[in-house]
Ligand binder design. Structure first.
Ligand code: THU
Length: 131
């Protein structure tokens, strides 16, 4: 479990990453910040494409950066931020990606009333797995 300060820090990094979003089509900027159990942190933003279906979500971008650095498990938390939305929740595909890297991940989002935290099990019950 992260402290309130930790969560605020992750959200700040996610909001900063959102500023780099490449979203010329939707104009909807998203940033994500992933924290691993060893303390390492990766950020990502959404990257759109003229072929709309090829667009990449911020959360998956951040997790892919972690994989490129050799992180295959131990995802502790992911913070998500969009200047264009209140409570920017991960989409269904990103939820399935999150559960791939941890069954216990915490999802951190914020709205005007403050920071909210959920478990991936709350957001994606009965997820697909190969067990
Ligand atoms: N988007 C994300 O980055 N994360 C999500 O979980 C949902 C949606 C992006 C994809 C697209 O670039 C824009 O938001 C509008 O759907």
């Amino acid at each position: 479990m992260q402290t309130e300060e930790d969560k605020a820090h992750l959200l700040k990094l996610a909001c900063e990453a959102a500023q780099n979003a490449y979203a010329p089509y939707s104009k909807f900027q998203v940033g994500a910040c992933v924290l691993y159990e060893d303390g390492s942190i990766y950020t990502g933003c959404n990257v759109e494409n003229a072929s709309y279906g090829l667009s990449l979500c911020a959360e998956r971008n951040a997790m892919a950066s972690a994989v490129a650095d050799g992180k295959y498990s131990g995802l502790a938390a992911i913070a998500i931020c969009s200047p264009d939305a209140q409570l920017c929740f991960p989409c269904g595909a990103c939820r399935q990606w999150i559960v791939e890297f941890s069954k216990n991940a915490r999802i951190i989002v914020q709205d005007k009333d403050g920071v909210k935290e959920f478990s991936i099990q709350e957001l994606l019950p009965y997820s697909f797995n190969l067990d």
